[in-house]
Unconditional design. Structure first.
Length: 244
C-alpha cells in the first residue's frame, strides 16, 4: 500500500510541475520533491486527509527526529535563492509577488520541515492534545516565523482552548505576517477569524469575513455553511423576539 501511495504522489507531482520553469523570472521548482523526507510529508498529508491521524503522527515524528541543524526555509547560494515552499499555491503567490522584472533567481526545493511540524501540530490539535500541538507550532514558528499557515493553526488551537480574543489575534497576524501570501492562506485566516466572531456573537463582523473569504475561494463549503448558520441564527432571533 505504501509503495502505491508513493508512486501515485510522485506521478501527481511530475504532472503538475513538469512545466513550472518560468524563464521570464528565472523561477523554477520544486527540486527534491521525490526525496525520502518529502515523500513522508506527502504521505502524511494523504493519511491526515484519510483520517489516519495516528499513522500520520508516527510518520512525521520519525521524520522530525533527523531535522538538519542548518535547515532554513530560505537560503542563497551563487546568486540563486532557494525557498522551501509548502505547496504550489504558495509558490505561485511568490512568483506573482516578485514580478516579471525583479531579476531574482528563485528555486523551489523540498522538503519543508516547518510544514512537517505544522502538520504534526494539526494532528495533536484534532486529537485535543493542546500541549503537544502548541509545542510543535513553536518549533514550526522558530523555523519559519512568517508563514501564515502557522498562525492560522495557532488561532485554531487557541479557539479550541476557548480563548477567542487570542485566537482572533493569531488569525489577524496570519493576514499580515508577510507581504505576500496565497489566496488559500488568506481565505483560511479569514474563515478562522469569522468563526471566532461567531463564537463572540459578532454576527455582522463574521458575515463580512466569510463573504470576503469567498471572494478568494468561492467554492468553500465551510464559508457557505457558516453564512447559512448566521442567516438562520438571525431569523431565529428575530422570530423569537417578534413573538414576545
Amino acid at each position: 500500500m505504501k509503495k502505491s501511495i508513493n508512486i501515485t504522489l510522485i506521478s501527481i507531482f511530475l504532472t503538475v510541475f513538469s512545466s513550472t520553469y518560468i524563464s521570464a523570472q528565472d523561477v523554477r521548482g520544486p527540486i527534491g520533491f521525490a526525496n525520502p523526507a518529502q515523500i513522508k510529508i506527502l504521505e502524511a498529508e494523504y493519511l491526515i486527509k484519510s483520517g489516519k491521524l495516528d499513522e500520520a503522527a508516527r510518520m512525521l515524528t520519525g521524520l522530525l527526529r533527523v531535522v538538519p541543524a542548518d535547515w532554513r526555509p530560505a537560503t542563497e547560494k551563487n546568486g540563486t535563492v532557494f525557498l522551501h515552499f509548502w505547496d504550489d499555491d504558495e509558490f505561485n503567490a511568490y512568483k506573482k509577488y516578485i514580478g516579471e522584472s525583479s531579476g531574482k533567481k528563485i528555486t523551489w526545493i523540498t522538503p519543508s520541515y516547518s510544514k512537517a511540524y505544522y502538520l504534526l501540530a494539526h494532528i495533536y490539535a484534532e486529537k485535543r492534545n493542546p500541549v503537544r500541538a502548541e509545542k510543535m507550532l513553536r518549533k514550526a514558528e522558530i523555523l519559519e516565523p512568517d508563514n501564515p499557515y502557522i498562525y492560522s493553526e495557532k488561532g485554531y488551537l487557541t479557539r479550541l482552548m476557548h480563548n477567542p480574543d487570542k485566537a482572533y489575534h493569531y488569525y489577524a497576524k496570519a493576514l499580515t505576517v508577510r507581504p505576500w501570501m496565497s489566496d488559500r492562506q488568506k481565505a483560511l485566516a479569514l474563515r478562522g477569524a469569522g468563526s471566532v466572531m461567531i463564537d463572540m456573537n459578532h454576527l455582522d463582523k463574521a458575515e463580512k469575513l466569510f463573504k470576503k473569504s469567498l471572494e478568494l475561494e468561492p467554492d468553500s463549503m465551510t464559508a457557505k455553511n457558516e453564512l447559512e448558520y448566521i442567516k438562520n441564527t438571525r431569523e431565529s432571533y428575530n422570530k423569537k423576539y417578534k413573538n414576545r
